[in-house]
Design a protein around this ligand. Structure first.
Ligand SMILES: [Zn+2]
Length: 512
């Protein structure tokens, strides 16, 4: 009888599968129905995105670890919804003791997080209240709801202490800082999930609106600032010879040594005001990040990324002179811009520049990468190419990396393999791919088990219960979920994994 029911169920499943197409989650279905998304992947006729303008002025005076900022945010509600609250993201609260994190935290990574010193909504001073159970985001109620197509202005003063141990951001050394994710920002409110309230737990990355930014950094003399966006008035910041080299690099295919260790020693790099004010601007960009140092070399070159318009993009590197590989990194960055623009994805590099900054992160930011130094220059190039490939995914596409991290890593890894094949040949590129993208997971010894149990339905619970009662046996349980379609690949993996299989099912012996 049960078999008969199963057969009927399976044929029902089969016919409904062939009649419909792939499974569509409810939120996506809703977006199709509302016309904000279209079945072919293009924006629907009712598509919208919210947008903000950030004007940030900040002060960093190394070796003082205090970073202070004052910020205005004009947030525009392009959605058809009335918003009674906003979500403010405070990513650097990941450094607070007790913050949810996917990994552990070294004492040198911990800080007291971001402190909000002043908060105003539409010019009215408002008490900043934090829910102590929340870390990287806080809800903020609006006394006056934000109506569709209206905007609200926030003024925020904040400060934080840069962490001694650098992860995706932090101190590289006592006079080299990498500043990222530092400013309080409004979370994404989108058409299919509403407010993004996912925690930043350090492993999964970010989701951002396309915003406009003006960021002003006050730093001591002899500090150079590299960052996202167009540097305003370089002539007021750089001494004439350095300025000339910097400008030359914008039209030259050669690698120009804009700042060398000799220039740094002779203090002939920046204008000799006690404090220099560096300003960067960018529009329609998901984020801004900056690196600053008083002892980093600066190389720059450029390349035509758009053959039609002859637009060039700048490729730069900022590094400690002792990092031997970094003397080639501007060239690797230039090669990446050129190759990605002309081959895969074959879309002209969408920004004006990229800067690879020596740090510890192996991490991408719009127009920036923060990469370690390596003894093997092939590997330095491999990492630079990967991080620069991320320009397209997630930044240019604006995807939600927190929820769908596989998308941007998938594409960046795919581009990395293609450019690697062009650089080193297929055999070497595939070897690197296997070494860094496959072996670690394929040979994960924590996954090794004594026996595989293939089961479904109640059998899953019996098998789980048995495994718990018999901790001396390491059991791999495969829950088939459906018999039609039957997941042959999962079965093949389960059999191969242990070489021993037990089939467990709840049917009667006869007709089972
Ligand atoms: Zn990546």
């Amino acid at each position: 009888m049960r078999s008969l029911i199963l057969v009927i169920f399976c044929s029902f499943l089969f016919s409904s599968l062939s009649a419909q197409s792939l499974y569509v989650p409810r939120d996506v279905k809703k977006a199709y129905a509302n016309g904000t998304r279209a079945m072919d992947g293009r924006p629907g006729k009712n598509y919208w995105q919210n947008h903000a303008r950030y004007d940030i002025t900040m002060t960093a005076m190394p070796p003082d670890r205090n970073i202070k900022g004052t910020e205005s945010i004009t947030y525009v509600n392009n959605s058809p919804d009335t918003l009674r609250n906003v979500i403010v993201k405070l990513f650097l609260n990941i450094h607070k003791p007790g913050a949810p994190r996917e990994g552990g935290a070294n004492p040198n990574y911990l800080t007291s997080g971001v402190h909000i010193d002043n908060f105003a909504v539409n010019g009215t001073q408002t008490k900043w209240r934090e829910n102590p159970g929340l870390f990287t985001w806080q809800p903020v109620g609006l006394k006056q709801p934000l109506l569709p197509h209206d905007s609200v202005k926030f003024n925020v003063d904040w400060h934080y202490e840069i962490s001694l141990e650098s992860g995706r951001e932090g101190m590289i050394d006592s006079t080299t800082y990498f500043l990222a994710y530092f400013y309080p920002r409004i979370a994404v409110y989108d058409d299919y999930a509403g407010w993004d309230v996912m925690n930043f737990v350090d492993s999964k990355e970010f989701y951002s609106d396309f915003n406009d930014y003006t960021v002003t950094l006050n730093v001591p003399k002899n500090y150079v600032v590299w960052g996202t966006g167009t540097l305003q008035k370089p002539e007021s910041l750089l001494q004439p010879e350095v300025l000339k080299r910097f400008q030359q690099s914008m039209t030259s295919d050669d690698i120009i040594r804009v700042v060398t260790k000799e220039d740094l020693a002779a203090k002939r790099v920046t204008t000799q005001n006690a404090v220099n004010t560096w300003q960067f601007r960018a529009t329609n960009i998901p984020d801004m990040a900056f690196g600053l140092s008083d002892h980093f070399n600066w190389d720059a070159t450029s390349v035509v990324v758009d053959d039609k318009t002859q637009r060039r993009a700048s490729a730069q590197a900022a590094y400690n002179d002792t990092a031997a590989d970094y003397h080639y990194v501007a060239g690797y960055a230039r090669h990446s811009l050129n190759w990605l623009s002309h081959n895969w994805p074959g879309i002209p590099y969408p920004y004006e520049k990229t800067t690879v900054f020596q740090g510890y992160a192996g991490m991408e930011y719009p127009m920036m990468a923060n990469d370690e130094t390596y003894a093997d220059t092939n590997f330095s190039r491999f990492v630079a190419e990967h991080e620069i490939a991320h320009t397209y995914m997630p930044f240019y596409m604006g995807i939600n990396e927190t929820r769908y991290g596989f998308m941007d890593e998938g594409f960046a890894t795919f581009f990395e393999n293609l450019i690697g094949t062009a650089d080193l040949g297929k055999e070497k590129a595939d070897e690197l791919f296997k070494q860094f993208r496959v072996d670690y997971w394929a040979n994960d010894h924590s996954q090794e088990e004594d026996i595989s149990i293939i089961t479904y339905g109640s059998g899953v619970h019996w098998a789980t219960e048995y495994a718990q009662q018999n901790p001396d046996i390491s059991i791999d349980i495969l829950d088939l979920r459906t018999l039609l379609p039957l997941d042959y690949e999962a079965i093949r993996v389960a059999v191969k994994q242990t070489g021993k299989v037990l089939l467990l099912h709840e049917d009667t012996l006869i007709g089972g």
